[in-house]
Design a protein around this ligand. Structure first.
Ligand code: SF4
Length: 135
């Protein structure tokens, strides 16, 4: 769930029409009621039936591959989809490596610090268009 600037709770960050997806004010409606409304919402039913919620939560590398195949290599290059897939793959590998090594001996604060450094390096690489993230 997300909260907008007026305190309205929306279904999630994947839905944008507040007229259709507002569940209530977060200070006025108990969390259990918001959750109940969300689970009963027809958009969530359709979304889960098609597996979109999994893509939203985990990134779904398989979906990216399907999208790339569907639009073809030229369009994938134009949209920098190949580079984006590479970036995500590297990130997943780094996260896996961290979970299986450093995370076992670092505190959560140290892990958060390390993650913020990684994000900074990734941003610099993206901004400068370094080869690692180029199509
Ligand atoms: S099920 Fe889909 S629409 Fe509903 S909250 Fe989750 S991601 Fe959003």
């Amino acid at each position: 769930m997300t909260i907008d600037f007026e305190g309205n709770v929306q279904l999630c960050c994947g839905t944008y029409d507040s007229r259709r997806f507002t569940l209530g004010k977060y200070l006025a409606v108990p969390l259990e009621n918001l959750q109940r409304k969300k689970y009963a919402h027809d958009m969530c039913g359709r979304c889960m039936q098609r597996g979109v919620h999994v893509y939203g939560a985990y990134g779904g590398p398989d979906f990216d591959a399907i999208a790339e195949r569907t639009i073809g290599p030229d369009n994938a290059r134009l949209l920098r989809l190949t580079a984006e897939r590479r970036r995500k793959r590297i990130r997943r590998s780094v996260e896996w490596l961290h979970r299986h090594t450093a995370a076992k001996c670092l505190s959560s604060e140290q892990s958060a610090w390390l993650a913020s450094r990684y994000e900074r390096v990734e941003r610099v690489l993206l901004r400068t268009g370094r080869a690692i993230f180029r199509s």
